[in-house]
Design a protein around this ligand. Structure first.
Ligand SMILES: *Cc1c(COP(=O)(O)O)cnc(C)c1O
Length: 218
């Protein structure tokens, strides 16, 4: 077996053996940023369907053809999205995990209408209140969510976060779980290579795993 595949299989086994599978279906997003499509193909051929990228241009170059040939693939935008890239992003991606402003919400809405596409969208929360990180402040979330739905008609399916580095993420994940519950949102995009087992304890159902599947990025 290709070692990228065995990495994924190991992760699934580990999650099962820790009894961390919730009722809601678990989606493992294989974060393939920086890796060429040749490194990703074994996983596609194995039948894995969820992949994450953080740059629009890179996603277009790597995924345009392969997505045409594999209609069951889901491509997830997990990085900062600039409004001038939205038109292309809406075309190539199926999910956006990084909605972080009303300006972006408006632009996504306009571009979706033009091509009659309805992406599944997560609102990114700046859960640690860090000045250098993107995301909506948690106290602004209720009004932001309402505007996204009522004014821009976006299909908001859940919340996403990247917790502060180098500290136990449990309290961040716990706040996220509560915020999603308060808005009756049933999806949480949280957990990366280092902390997905912790995220799963707080009901994450979209975990975003890069290096633990594909190896270290140079
Ligand atoms: C790169 C990235 C990941 C994956 O990170 P790993 O630590 O390699 O698993 C997850 N989420 C986001 C937003 C990323 O940019």
């Amino acid at each position: 077996m290709h070692n990228i595949i065995s990495n994924l299989v190991e992760i699934k086994k580990e999650i099962k053996s820790n009894n961390l599978l919730n009722d809601s279906k678990l989606n493992i997003i294989a974060v393939s940023k920086t890796f060429p499509i040749e490194n990703i193909l074994p996983l596609i051929n194995y039948g894995h369907t969820n992949f994450g990228e953080n740059k629009v241009q890179e996603a277009i170059e790597k995924w345009t053809n392969i997505k045409t040939d594999n209609s069951d693939l889901n491509l997830h935008m997990i990085g900062k999205l600039q409004t001038n890239k939205v038109k292309q992003a809406v075309k190539i991606f199926d999910y956006i995990h990084s909605l972080d402003s009303l300006k972006l919400a408006k632009k996504i809405s306009e571009e979706q209408i033009k091509i009659k596409k309805d992406l599944k969208i997560f609102i990114q929360i700046n859960i640690g209140g860090e000045f250098q990180k993107s995301g909506i402040r948690i106290d602004e979330l209720p009004s932001f969510y309402k505007k996204c739905k009522d004014t821009f008609n976006l299909n908001i399916i859940g919340l996403m976060c990247i917790p502060p580095l180098n500290i136990d993420p449990s309290s961040s994940f716990k706040k996220m779980e509560k915020a999603a519950r308060d808005l009756s949102l049933s999806n949480l995009s949280m957990g990366m290579s280092e902390d997905y087992l912790i995220a799963l304890k707080y009901n994450a159902n979209f975990i975003r795993i890069g290096s633990k599947i594909f190896g270290n990025r140079s």
